[in-house]
Design a protein around this ligand. Structure first.
Ligand code: AOS
Ligand code: ZN
Length: 390
């Protein structure tokens, strides 16, 4: 098997974007629990994201959500993030919290409503121009609840037109990533339910339009790594929203419920040239899309990026030459054994030692717990309105 020393250089430069909303209060449809120390401002969210990076070296960018992260001066926010050692990453639009969008936004039958949703995306692009963000991420809550309720074909046509107008506004170094989700909040049909629909829509736009794969947005049992392989093969995998699901779109800590699935996904990313440290041409963005409803948010994010790093190290350990030889000679169980040997390798002691050589804490979870940061924010962030979903 490949050794840790051989793969260590490829861990260098791994970058996972963290979402601003992970630091705010969140919950289920039933209850949002507040917690001490929750940010009241966008700056406080950025400070928490920068803390995750300081303890792990893995999270150099924070992804924002408009309008949850509206500020007057994005140039100043960009500078503030820079002072804390992070940059502003992907900008996420929101077409799911306005009364006008009850029956759709980019797909709505009313041209005025569609234009309002397009204008919102123009506003997001203005933000990107100020923050230096590369990616505009679009997730649409659109669809219908009852057969016959909407013209599902007409909605696709309107979506294509709206996306084209938004795409035309991007500059040459910006990208549009279109996320798919198989159901929810619409339950009968969803306008972008699967990778095929997202692919079809972005392929019609151009080279700078790509698919965003949220790991939680598939039916149970879906072979997600196959979708990864397929999109990379087509040159259309733009980004990941990493999280973990158990029943639906649970937005839990990535790698928590099924670390083996995360390993298989990352193996295909590396195999397909989507892992930047081993392929500098890759532009696949690794992002988290998570909420921490009952656990502390900053440790939740630290655990998440460490899980991704851990499964990346294990996936890099797969002896690819031996695997190919076994595959080509039809050695079914031999190939499976090579794959599993890497998965079952506990890389945690090696990673801890490696972190120390990089000036990082061997155990970022413990270092954070002992740092006093949590106590400090709980003492300082009193009064004001805690950040949340709106
Ligand atoms: C929603 O289900 C999606 O996963 C999104 O990526 C959404 O944009 C994100 O949760 C923040 O709005
Ligand atoms: Zn997502």
């Amino acid at each position: 098997m490949t050794s840790f020393t051989q793969i260590a250089p490829l861990l260098e430069g791994q970058a996972i974007e963290v979402p601003s909303w992970a630091y705010g209060n969140s919950g289920t449809r039933f209850k949002v629990f507040g917690s001490p120390g929750t940010p009241r401002t966008v700056e406080e969210k950025v400070a928490d994201a920068a803390t995750v990076h300081r303890f792990t070296g893995l999270a150099p960018a924070v992804s924002l959500h408009i309008p949850w992260d509206l500020v007057d001066d994005y140039t100043a926010l960009r500078a503030y993030a820079g002072e804390l050692g992070v940059s502003i990453g992907t900008i996420n639009s929101n077409t799911f919290q306005d009364d006008d969008y009850k029956l759709g936004a980019l797909t709505h039958v009313d041209r005025k409503v569609r234009q309002k949703a397009i204008d919102h995306h123009f506003e997001c692009i203005d933000v990107m121009n100020a923050t230096g963000s590369r990616d505009l991420k679009i997730w649409l809550a659109e669809g219908s609840n009852y057969p016959g309720q909407g013209d599902i074909r007409g909605r696709q046509d309107r979506l294509a037109q709206s996306l084209q107008t938004i795409y035309a506004r991007l500059s040459d170094d910006q990208r549009l990533v279109l996320e798919y989700k198989f159901f929810e909040p619409a339950f009968y049909h969803t306008d972008v339910p699967d990778w095929g629909t997202s692919y079809t829509q972005v392929a019609a736009l151009g080279d700078r339009a790509m698919v965003c794969l949220d790991t939680g947005h598939h039916a149970p049992g879906t072979n997600v790594e196959f979708i990864v392989a397929q999109l990379l093969r087509l040159g259309k995998l733009g980004s990941f929203d990493f999280n973990s699901r158990f029943y639906a779109d649970d937005d839990l800590i990535v790698g928590a419920a099924d670390p083996f699935q995360l390993f298989r996904i990352i193996f295909e990313v590396i195999r397909g040239g989507g892992y930047a440290p081993s392929n500098p041409d890759s532009e696949v963005a690794f992002m988290l899309d998570q909420c921490h409803n009952i656990e502390d948010k900053i440790p939740g994010q630290i655990r998440s990026v460490l899980n991704v790093q851990e499964m990346t190290a294990r996936a890099l350990l797969v002896d690819r030459d031996a695997l190919t030889a076994a595959q080509e000679s039809g050695d079914v169980l031999g190939a499976n054994g090579i794959f599993m040997d890497a998965f079952y390798t506990d890389v945690r002691p090696d990673l801890a030692a490696w972190r120390e050589t990089r000036g990082l804490p061997a155990d970022p979870m413990r270092a954070y717990a002992e740092s006093g940061y949590q106590q400090q924010i709980e003492a300082d962030r009193v009064g004001g309105t805690q950040a949340g979903w709106n």
